[in-house]
Design a protein around this ligand. Structure first.
Ligand code: SAM
Length: 205
């Protein structure tokens, strides 16, 4: 499966209210990020953040060192368009498959809502972990969310791996990460459907 082609197609010609994952405000993510108590110049990456409103919200709060990574250039464009041009210019936009991502930058916080769960192949999950630990500073925070074990089995027509808080902690790195908290969310899709998510907030030991 060509992942980039899938996601470019998923976004092209469709507005936010037709993306099942879309949130007008990513309330749970924002709450978990706030709980990390980061300074406004902390470096934050939103993995698979194309199309999301999270970066705009964080900019509005005063955060200044934001990166958004997405496999889909169409998704990144949609996020950029939503922001004022001057503000968007201050964000680092990265078009990449997360399983092949590399930069010299190191992050204080790594956010991922509904990307890790698409990695159904054990080799891809291993690559994700390697890349995560290469780029997250010691003491850095992780806020990651997937569908819950009793949530949907597919997202955007693709198979996913659902989790509870313990399995997600283990899948992301186990002992190398301290579990700080977990939260459940029943996401209401723009069309009114319900999807159960699990979120974990972890800290690199
Ligand atoms: C279900 S959407 C979630 C979007 C956003 N995180 C949110 O919560 O609204 C998944 C996003 O991850 C991106 N994506 C999927 N697989 C990816 C991969 N392997 N590497 C990077 N981005 C990926 C998609 O293009 C899409 O924007």
């Amino acid at each position: 499966m060509d992942r980039k082609a899938h996601w470019d197609k998923a976004y092209s010609g469709r507005e936010a209210d037709s993306w099942s994952w879309f949130q007008g405000s990513p309330t749970v993510s924002l709450g978990l990020i706030k709980a990390c108590g980061l300074a406004f110049d902390a470096s934050i990456i939103d993995v698979g953040g194309g199309g999301s409103t999270l970066t705009g919200e964080l900019l509005g709060q005063g955060f200044t060192a934001l990166s958004v990574l997405d496999i889909s250039s169409t998704a990144l464009e949609k996020s950029r368009e939503r922001l004022d041009a001057a503000v968007a210019g201050g964000v680092t936009w990265i078009e990449s498959d997360i399983t092949g991502f590399s930069t010299d930058d190191r992050f204080d916080l790594w956010h991922d809502r509904a990307v890790f769960h698409f990695l159904t192949d054990a080799g891809d999950r291993e690559k994700y972990r390697e890349i995560l630990f290469r780029h997250l500073k010691p003491g850095g925070f992780l806020v990651v969310s997937t569908f819950a074990v009793d949530g949907p089995k597919k997202c955007s027509g693709l198979d996913i791996v659902g989790n509870d808080a313990q399995s997600l902690h283990k899948a992301l790195g186990g002992d190398r990460l301290q579990m700080l908290e977990s939260r459940e969310e029943e996401h209401v899709t723009p069309k009114g459907g319900k999807q159960k998510f699990i979120y974990v907030r972890l800290q690199r030991v």
